[in-house]
Design a protein around this ligand. Structure first.
Ligand code: SF4
Length: 359
């Protein structure tokens, strides 16, 4: 008989669900937000919402790194591709809409756009094809930013540069606390980001905002346990940081990764698709690495784009104000096969997760 991991054991899940019911308030709504596409996948795929009392809601915040890349940064990649640069990126970026075109559409018109499975593959291509100029569109939160940083500090070939679209998670969590009508009662913090940044950045939420926060892993029982711990804090009006993902997340985070990020990047304000500008949320290569910064190297001038296409509600989905099925286009004119908005493109996008798990 197949041995189930305890993190996926349905009996363990039911026990935690029973505990959740015991500790959940008997009246009034409780709203818990996560900020992670993988958490949304776990919650939706394993039907965890169906195990919760009706008055406990779990919403998805801006946790899909591809969805929140503003259209103008896709436009910049398309512009570079049209200027003859070889654009390299991970596959889920290819169909993300820019203001008028995606990278996939640019590729269909003849641009050299290549999917890679690792940043090192793109660097290797640049080393082998010295007569071409390569740009890697670097997207992601604190989980992937260290890889960009380490490569940028590592004697890259001069025909290689980055279009950096990295963003940081804590500013997005702080944004959610100010969204009108959202009223969040607790955060599930993303385990993989926390493995890099450690515990300290979350003190803002517990100490300043008095918001219960639990770092969680990605198995269904990790997420259920995080919900239980949050509700327990809620029941005693506590606001502390708890680390459910002890097997991976250390209090100090990953010192080497943080050091590489500190050496390679400056932190500035930057735009998020459908959200606008967030202070201290965006990574840019330091001036000392400007030869690897595609925006500076190729004098990219585009600064404005159109984030949300007509009828798309991604701006509301991204902050958890509506559920995907409340968008009139969901699974009608917007599908995983023919996405309209960014949230339907990546496997971490909330609309795509819901679409793939609806039947
Ligand atoms: S269903 Fe499509 S159009 Fe609607 S919010 Fe989601 S991605 Fe945007």
């Amino acid at each position: 008989m197949t041995q189930l991991m305890p993190f996926r054991d349905p009996k363990v899940a039911q026990n935690i669900a029973d505990k959740i019911r015991e500790v959940a308030p008997k009246k009034g709504q409780v709203k818990i937000s996560h900020v992670c596409g993988t958490h949304e996948w776990t919650i939706t795929h394993f039907g965890l919402r169906s195990l919760l009392p009706e008055n406990v809601e779990v919403i998805a915040g801006p946790g899909c790194p591809v969805c929140i890349v503003p259209a103008v940064e896709i436009d910049q990649a398309v512009w570079l591709a049209q200027k003859g640069k070889v654009i390299t990126c991970f596959g889920d970026l290819l169909r993300v809409p820019g203001s008028v075109s995606s990278l996939l559409e640019a590729k269909a018109l003849g641009a050299d756009v290549r999917i890679v499975y690792a940043l090192s593959d793109a660097v290797e291509m640049a080393r082998k094809e010295r007569d071409k100029e390569f740009v890697f569109h670097a997207v992601g939160f604190e989980t992937t930013a260290p890889i960009t940083a380490i490569e940028a500090l590592n004697n890259l070939p001069l025909n290689f540069s980055f279009l950096v679209s990295h963003r940081l998670i804590p500013p997005a969590m702080e944004l959610l606390l100010g969204v009108e009508g959202l009223q969040i009662d607790g955060f599930i913090a993303p385990g993989h980001v926390s493995a890099i940044i450690g515990l300290k950045p979350y003190e803002l939420f517990t100490k300043v905002y008095r918001m219960p926060t639990v770092i969680a892993g990605f198995e269904p029982n990790d997420v259920l346990m995080a919900i239980y711990l949050l509700l327990k804090q809620y029941s005693t009006s506590d606001a502390k940081l708890e680390n459910e993902y002890l097997r991976v997340v250390k209090p100090e985070g990953n010192k080497k990764a943080l050091e590489a990020m500190r050496k390679a990047f400056t932190v500035t304000a930057g735009n998020w698709r459908g959200i606008g500008s967030l202070d201290n949320s965006t990574l840019n290569l330091k001036d000392s690495l400007s030869e690897y910064d595609a925006r500076k190297k190729y004098d990219v001038k585009l600064t404005e784009g159109k984030d949300i296409q007509k009828g798309c509600h991604c701006n509301y989905v991204i902050v958890g104000k509506i559920k995907p099925n409340q968008c009139p286009m969901f699974l009608k004119s917007c599908t995983p096969e023919k996405p309209v908005g960014a949230c339907m493109v990546s496997s971490e996008g909330t609309c795509r997760v819901w679409a793939k798990n609806s039947s």
